[in-house]
Ligand binder design. Sequence first.
Ligand code: BES
Ligand code: MN
Ligand code: ZN
Length: 496
Amino acid sequence: MADLYQFRNELDDPLDCLYILHCSGTNPLDNLEFSAKERKALKQKADALKPRGEEGELISGECPLPFAHRVTFFGLGEEKDLTITKLRGALTSIMSQATKNREYQIGLASPARIHGMAHPESRLFTLREASLADYTFDHFKSKKNEFDKIDGLHVIPLVGETEEELGERLQRVRLLRTSVQLARDLANRPGNDLTPEAFAGAAREMCEEVGGLRATILGKKELLKENMGGLLAVGQGSEEEARLIVLEHRPKKPKKSVVLVGKGITFDSGGISLKPPKDMGAMKYDMCGAASVVAIMRAVAELELPIKVVGLIPTAENLPSGTAIKPGDIITMANGKTVEVDNTDAEGRLILADALHYAARFNPDIVIDYATLTGACVVALGNEAAGLMSNDDSLAKTLSKLGEMTGDRVWQLPLYDEYLGYLKSEWADLKNVGGRWGGVVTAGMFLKQFVPDKVSWAHLDIAGVAYSEKEHNGTPQGASGFGVVLTISFLEQLLK
Ligand code: BES
Ligand code: MN
Ligand code: ZN
């Protein structure tokens, strides 16, 4: 991905193109930090090209100044209608335009502010999305498109934005981008490459690279000792052993304790309750929640947050075989509850349940889980927001608000006690599925039975937002890294 620079700090040759984003009804040069001379020359150019700022408008001309060859005005429509998704889409269009034009060094001037968002947040959002907009996953391509890639993204300061301020913002954007990129890179790896064992290896490697994190991997023997009947049952159909990856960030005087749990099914065939072949390949993404947790832990360590944060990743492969769990089987979970497995395709909740129970030993104030858990969530919310369920309304409100600010949008769904009735089993304490209706919330309700007492807990069903088959509103094809930025913002908010 393109490196981020402060305009003029790393520029030997002129920019290939300077992109100026602007809203209709505004002067495109407003709020941009240019000298009077530069402003005058650009103004003349704008007067000649007459950009109107209409949504999607793209008007290009020769740049009248020596610092760039060309200048392109990119319209965002009216500022009062500017949303995070619209801006994200625009930034992605610009980056793909630049790539197509073989522009290697580009300038980005974006004074536009997202409607209803405070200025610094809007600015950070813009820079972060721009820096992520040209992400591609070409690890398995022998011929990489290295020559067509943008090398540098040079950010034009805004009026009143000091060099230090912009420098700090870019530093933060770099850090978050590295984490989001890690989440995407892990999640995009197919099932044969990222097995539970390889996942544990990748998590360990990340810890060694950043330092300050402790990694512990529980294998079959340890899982048996912990009575993790859910995780072991899901893994028993595969030759790949299930694991629980534990990543710990333990600062000296932590202000809070938070446990993050990510669903790490490296491939979900459905097991004996086999999925239909259509789209089954997408189930290589069934570890997106886990990938985000690893990436969040990386950022937490790098930021040295004074919060104890533990990442728990139950990881397994859900396959049918002679040793696989079968519908009707009754298993005993780590907390002692028995579960009748009515459908082996509802495997995520089984592995998460054991991890949620395990979370208790870290005395968390807050537990958040991330899981591509139900197709029903995609039916309910499509690809625009994750489903959020919680036992703590104020936690839910905070996450909802931060979702709107970071672009990782979440929408709350209820966990009424009545839903527990849907999971009633004739033979065990619980069934792992609750029938056709309310599939998102019955999954949430199942998890709730395993959350340690007196803990604020939020469950994010990210099935609809964690990946996409093609580019969607500016998020790339493949994994999105959903949850990374939201969670870092949340953890920082805890310190305020
Ligand atoms: N990993 C799937 C959920 C999923 C579906 C994620 C579509 C992304 C896109 C999960 O393990 C699953 O199979 N859930 C079942 C639950 C059902 C059997 C109650 C589902 O949603 O069909
Ligand atoms: Mn499944
Ligand atoms: Zn699954």
